[in-house]
Design a protein around this ligand. Sequence first.
Ligand code: SF4
Length: 64
Amino acid sequence: MECISKRSLEHCTCTYAACDKRGSCCKCVVYHREKGEIPGCFFSPEGERTYDRSIASLILDRSC
Ligand code: SF4
């Protein structure tokens, strides 16, 4: 099965440029799921830039 991480990078909305998981959605999801968090692409652009990936932060972000 082909890895599509290069294509995924084109639509990744995470602005944390230093992260080695950018574009590798499978790694990103596992990383944040194990921490009880949500990947950055679920947040609004403003919410994403807080780098707070907690569920509480997502609820606040999406209820504004
Ligand atoms: S959401 Fe988290 S794991 Fe995913 S690319 Fe951004 S900083 Fe990395």
